[in-house]
Ligand binder design. Structure first.
Ligand SMILES: Nc1ncnc2c1ncn2[C@@H]1O[C@H](COP(=O)(O)OP(=O)(O)O)[C@@H](O)[C@H]1O
Ligand SMILES: [Mg+2]
Length: 305
């Protein structure tokens, strides 16, 4: 039995649900998966990490699983971009990048597999480098990218790696950063503490609030429930965009916060778009929180440590 996924013509944050609709859970017992790349014309880090994570997860289920790619008749720009971003290397397919690879440290971060939190530091630095060179956001931004990557290790309960990728778009004046894991999702994690969660959208809404954490263990110093709240604030001040896709829920924060019902992703995908033209003073966000006595409240939480 064969199953097939077809990558849409454009694979970007705005239509990521169309891509994820192709990722069916019931293909797990099948031995061959056809991945049709013949129509894809444009793909961004968000589409790249989602596809890689799905393919790696699919293949991890059983030995002797085979992925067969259908390529367009001529090597398209999208295809050579996928190769340049290490898509084929990461999924284990033999496809050689047709051009000479120019280093692009301050423009992009190829799809990177991260197996443990301790491996994350160098990728975070690499992405920080892109953002600091290309945008007007002050240092301290590591809070956002670092927090999202840390979350994949602190909360996803997944044995599989997480995948990260970033790209600077000079004409669109943005940097897109995408992080994906194949874990239990926001609802799975938060439901251990919040038993009244209605659905995945409800879980995202809650997770974005200050001081909300699904962590029930003793590392309260690490998990204060601020990561997503601060990331959201940074994105709002930067007039950027944040997308959280987990389970059957998606939230897009762009000026306002909107929630959608979407085809299921067995894990969490976060996509951040930083506007390169608008500066953000990250310190201000923390100062505001201090004004609300937030940190005093936090200290009392640590008494039992
Ligand atoms: N990748 C993820 N997988 C599962 N749950 C997550 C993930 N990221 C965030 N969450 C949930 O959202 C909550 C809030 O995240 P965050 O604001 O970073 O706070 P903290 O990490 O300090 O708990 C987490 O405690 C967890 O329950
Ligand atoms: Mg966190």
């Amino acid at each position: 039995m064969l199953s097939k996924i077809v990558l849409p013509q454009r694979v970007e944050p705005t239509n990521i649900d169309q891509l994820i609709a192709q990722f069916k859970d019931d293909t797990e017992n099948q031995k061959v998966l056809i991945v049709d790349l013949s129509s894809v014309e444009y793909i961004t880090p968000t589409g790249l990490v989602a596809t890689v994570a799905y393919l790696k997860k699919w293949r991890s289920k059983k030995e002797q699983k085979q992925i067969k790619f259908i390529y367009p008749s001529e090597c398209s720009n999208a295809l050579s971009y996928m190769a340049r971003m290490n898509f084929f290397t990461v999924v284990g397919e033999n496809f050689t990048y047709p051009y000479t690879v120019r280093t692009a440290e301050d423009r992009l971060c190829e799809i990177t597999e991260i197996k443990s939190a301790s491996e994350a530091g160098s990728v975070i630095n690499r992405i920080m480098g892109i953002i600091e060179t290309r945008t007007k956001i002050s240092s301290g931004l590591s809070t956002s990218v670092g927090e999202i990557i840390d979350n994949a290790f602190h909360h996803s309960s997944s044995e599989l790696p997480c995948y990260v990728c970033a790209q600077y778009y000079p004409n669109l004046r943005k940097v897109e950063v995408a992080i994906v894991d194949c874990g239990i999702g926001y609802r799975g994690s938060l439901s251990r503490v919040h038993r009244d969660l209605k659905d995945d959208k409800h879980a995202i809404k809650l997770a974005l609030q200050k001081n909300v954490t699904g962590n029930i263990e003793n590392n309260k110093r690490l998990n204060t429930g601020l990561g997503l709240y601060v990331t959201k604030k940074i994105i709002e001040m930067n007039r950027g965009k944040m997308l959280i896709y987990t389970g059957k829920g998606m939230c897009i924060i762009e000026k306002t916060e909107n929630f959608y019902d979407v085809p299921k992703w067995g894990g969490t995908l976060v996509s951040l778009e930083f506007n390169t033209e608008i500066g953000v003073d990250v310190k201000k966000i923390f100062d505001e929180m201090e004004g609300e006595n937030f940190f005093e409240l936090d200290d009392s939480m640590f008494e039992d440590l």
